[in-house]
Every structure is written in structure tokens, then in C-alpha cells.
Write a protein that binds this ligand. Sequence first.
Ligand code: ASP
Ligand code: MG
Length: 464
Amino acid sequence: MRELQVWKFGGTSLGNGVLMRSAAELVVEALGTRDLIVVCSAMGDTTDHLMAVADAASRGDSQTAIETIRRLREAHVRACREAVGDVEVRKEVESFVAERTEELEKVATSASLLREVTDRTRDLIASFGERLSTKIFWGALKSMGVDAVYLEGGEAGIVTDDSFGSANPLMPLTAQLLRERVGRLIAEGKVPVVTGYIAANKEGVTTTLGRGGSDYTATLIAYSLDAKEVWLWTDVDGMMSADPRVVGTARVLRRISYDEAVEMAYFGAKGLQIRTILPAKEKGILIRIKNTFNPEAEGTVICDSTEREPGVTKAVLFTKNVSMLTVKGDVLKGGVLSARVLAVLEKLKVVPLMISQSVSSASISVVLPKPVTDLVVPGLEREVIGELGGGELEVERDVAAIAVIGEGMKGTPGVASRVFTAVAKRGINVRMIAQGSSELNISFVVKERDAEEAVRAVHEAFIG
Ligand code: ASP
Ligand code: MG
């Protein structure tokens, strides 16, 4: 039996028709030795432009919306000419592009009149990116003689709840439908080409899996069909030990564990959604990050920790998109301070990146994604500070969180002291520290302006 793999191509790998053609050539070559399901992202930064269409429509600015759509149409028609060699197939794809963009213009015009774009409408608008790119990619494969079948996420079987903007697949229904529909095509020797990112709710209304959701489409399909590997084709050689713009000696990681990948995803690595990793982890499906611009490079393999690369720490990552809130107060009538703070977060569905509490229970600090700060502050003021004797809430937005990640830290003494010695030597003040009990990661908070220097210091101490 031929091995089954899911290959997902990211936006930059499909940035224009010429790139699409070379991506399609990679697929054709690989089909000689394995069965493939292909998942496509939107072309280049199309999704950002579609979000701009939605924003313009919500302001009632139909002119900007329409102009943006026309530019997108031109780019896709051009890509079509470059990528789809066969004249008949090209005609079919070109009329698809024409019809879909016309439909999109209608949606944008109506929304502009209403001056309202609901989350549901925004998902519909966003879905056009993957529909257009995937159809063109389908055309490129067809032209190369591949028996390809175009499927939108919902048609393929991905059914979600109604959380528009970042919907959740309903399992096991989704797995069952994917097995039936996509599995049948594979059994017939066909090559399913599926739109990433988009899905549908039970009523068939278009939903999306959130920004960067195409990777998740790929692992969901792999999970459901028991594929052996998922290849995420992108524009870099793999996951790196640090941001190469910050650390000149940052290197590509050959192998990391699922858990390390999850930790890295929390800190924004490769724009990976955390939930992308979970289906692969559950079934032990190997994920490879590959570079379409350098396909010979091995890339990064995400797999079971038993096979991981040696080394205490793998990566030093940081994010400035956080804020730190500290609640101080001596006496809390009838309650535990941290429990109160976390209850507020829970109610607002906010997940903290880090939590740290002093022994005396007189203060607790939480690190949160920056965009939710304004949501949380009033909640804490009302429900915690108001009840504290002389309580105080300190809000710091000019901070960065740094994570030192690696399974090798487990049971290795002295890692923390090396981390903080390295940082202290550069005269950088550490504002807060947290270590997960999994010992996969040591995180700390510094002022934003010190973040890059702190990352370099720790990277140098452990990785080089
Ligand atoms: N096109 C969508 C985005 O840009 C989904 C993806 O690329 O994975 O977020
Ligand atoms: Mg994209």
C-alpha cells in the first residue's frame, strides 16, 4: 500500500502563478511514490486584503471594498494564466474566478449598504481567498495530468460549531465525513485538493478555522484518514531556535516534540495555531515543515519526544504582544486572591500565558495577550479591587514575555540559574518568572525594550 500524506501549501508558497506551478510540480513528482491530499491557503496575503474589504464594508465604504476586490481578481486571473497550462481547464478556472469575485462584490456591496459586517459575513468574505487559490491550484494539477478533485472544506466534511472567526470542528462527525468523502476519492485513485481554513456549520453556512487555520485543516484531515505524515510547505527552512532577525546565529531545528511545538506555537512560532498540533499528537502523525523555495532542505520534523534531538533547550522565543497585570492586596474578606483573579479571567474566557503568585498570597501577577487587557482591567477593578482592603491593580503594557523551551530541561539542574545569570549579566531586570510543571519551558517577563537583548543573552548561553 502506498503511504498517505497530507500536503498543505501556505500563502507565500502560492504567492503567484509561477510559484503555484512549481508547487504543483512538487505534488506531481511526489505522487509517483505516495497518495496525497492537498490543502491550500489563500494566495499571498489575500486574506489580509479580504479583511480590509470587510472593514471597508463595515464603514460603508463600498468603493474601497470594490477596488480591493478588483485588484484581487486581477491577481488571480494573472495567476491562472501562469499556473494553468491547459486551455480548456484554464477557461473553467477563469470563469470560476469571475463568478466568485462577482459574488464577493455583491456581498461587499450589500454589507456596505448595511454598514455592518457580522462575524458570519466576515467569514464568508474571508472564504473567497482559499476558494480562488485552491481552484487555480486544482487547475494547475489538472493541466499536468493529475486526476485532481476540488473540494471546499465543508464539502470535504469539516463541520463546525457557530463560532464564526475561529470555529471548532465537531468531532467525531467531521472525522467520519472526511473519511467517507475524501477517503472515497483516495480509494478511487484521485487527488483531493481541499480549501484550507474554511468549513461550514451544520446548516451549511460558511465558517472559518481562524487565521492560520489551513494548517489545522491539514492535520484534521490527516487525523481522520490516518495519514502517516503532514507536510506544511512554507517559505522558511523550518522552525528556528530563535527569530533570525533578532539572533544572527539562530538555526533551524531538525526535530522537536509535539509538546515543544505547542510551547513554541504559544509564542507565535511560524504562526502555528496550537490546536494544529493536537490531532497529530494524538495519532502520532509526523509533521514536517518544508520550504517550497528550498525543497531539498530537510525542514523541521515534529514527532514523538522519544526521537527528539539532544540538547537541553531548543528555542528562545519572545512576544511583545502581552501585558502584565498585578493585583496586590493584603486582606481579602473570605477568599483567596488568586482564585478571585482567575475567576474573572475564566468568566471573560481569557487564558493567561503566565501566572505567578507570592508566597504570602498578597499579590498575583498574570501575563495576558495584549488585546484583551482592556477587557480584563474593568473586570478586575469591579470584582477584585473593589472588595480588597487597600487593593491595587498595576497594569504594564510595555512588557515582553520570553520563553526558553526544550524537553531536555526536565530533571536537568541549573537551567534556570544559567538563564537568569545570562540575563543579569546584560543588566536586564526580570519582572516575573514562571516555570511550567512540565518543565518544558521557563518563561519570564522583561520590559519591552530589553526583550531582544535578553533573547540574545539566553540563546548565546544555551544554543550559541
Ligand atoms: N488564509 C488564512 C490566513 O491567512 C488561513 C491560512 O493561511 O492558514 O490566515
Ligand atoms: Mg495565509
